[in-house]
Design a protein around this ligand. Structure first.
Ligand SMILES: [Zn+2]
Length: 108
């Protein structure tokens, strides 16, 4: 079963399953990429490690780094007020209907 994707951020402080030869097992992530650069907090040594390998070695996150803030939804753009006079009205004023006098003859 593939391990779930781990999000890593620069500044993360992690504890690894396998300790550094110096005895320290706490690292700070300093570089992200195909290889992740981590620095041993105990001896200060910088190590580049394959990201997948590192993800497997992470035992715990002690501190999260610069996690990008969640994308905020853009505020709705205000529509400019519609100007009624700006457009020439397509329909001219209705012409008066010619009046026809209809004389109704009362039928008897
Ligand atoms: Zn070390």
């Amino acid at each position: 079963m593939p391990a779930p994707y781990v999000k890593l951020y620069v500044g993360d402080v992690i504890r690894t399953r396998k300790a550094h030869p110096c005895g320290g097992d706490v690292w700070v992530i300093e570089r992200l990429g195909a290889d992740v650069g981590i620095r041993c907090r105990t001896c200060g040594r910088f190590v580049l490690m394959d990201r997948i390998k590192l993800e497997r070695r992470i035992r715990a996150f002690l501190q999260r780094g610069n996690e990008p803030p969640p994308a905020e939804p853009e505020p709705p753009k205000e529509e400019p007020p519609t100007k009624p006079g700006s457009r020439k009205s397509a329909s001219p004023a209705p012409e008066p209907r010619p009046r026809r006098r209809i004389v109704k003859r009362a039928r008897v």
